[in-house]
Design a protein around this ligand. Structure first.
Ligand code: RBZ
Length: 209
């Protein structure tokens, strides 16, 4: 019996805030107009999404026939007072400079610490995978954010790369194939591949996060 489960992780399409390279965590920002996503050839049993509008919007464009299940725990890290600000606007801020040197131990003012963020994402991942295993879902797609995907790949991909080593293009997906048993135990998956998209998506191909 095939005991594997596939989970494809998609980053949302580019937003205006992404384009001006502002920090956007919990701030909502609609997708840039005119982005065309081709339909995904794979027929996913289930679609999950972060609760933020840019992800819900992308989930609707990628999977127009499916109702996505919303997982608020899989939203991006909160940048607190820095939300909507760019590097140029923040570069003279001493806390920001310290954070750039060590984003895993310094927190943005009124934002989330990296450890609070990863605890929350782990909770969301556990909720999603438990739901998949209980309901015998074999293939699912999760539409989420750059930071969340980096963290999930650095934790669950068989390839052991650090958080910053992954490049996460807008609107593209990475598919993890996992054994049910390892997934249940919270262990690494067994393979990782890029999800091939049919056609092309405007505004993709950039790795800016
Ligand atoms: C530790 C950490 C450092 C970051 N530096 C930039 N981003 C990135 O996070 C956001 C990516 O989210 P989205 O995919 O919704 O566009 C970007 O705004 C960018 O600021 C970070 C994210 C994290 C977790």
């Amino acid at each position: 019996m095939d005991d594997t489960v596939a989970i494809a992780l998609f980053r949302h399409g580019m937003t205006a805030e992404n384009k001006r390279r502002a920090y956007v965590g919990w701030t909502d920002s609609p997708l840039m107009p005119g982005q065309v996503f081709s339909e995904i050839p794979e027929n996913f049993d289930r679609v999950y999404t972060s609760d933020l509008g840019r992800c819900r919007q992308t989930a609707n464009l990628l999977f127009p026939k499916k109702t996505a299940e919303v997982l608020p725990e899989l939203r991006e890290m909160s940048f607190g007072d820095w939300e909507g600000k760019t590097y140029e606007q923040l570069k003279h801020d001493t806390i920001y400079q310290k954070w750039l040197d060590n984003p895993f131990s310094i927190s943005p003012p009124n934002g989330e610490s990296f450890s609070a963020f990863t605890r929350r994402v782990q909770k969301g991942w556990a909720e999603m995978t438990t739901n998949m295993l209980e309901q015998r879902v074999r293939t699912s797609a999760l539409v989420t954010h750059g930071g969340v995907i980096r963290y999930l790949l650095s934790s669950y991909s068989p390839e052991q790369k650090d958080f910053w080593e992954w490049s996460i293009p807008y609107g593209r997906g990475y598919q993890l194939t996992c054994s049910s048993e390892r997934l249940r135990r919270g262990e690494r998956c067994i393979s990782l591949q890029e999800v091939p998209l049919m056609g092309k998506q405007n505004g993709s191909g950039s790795n800016i996060s």
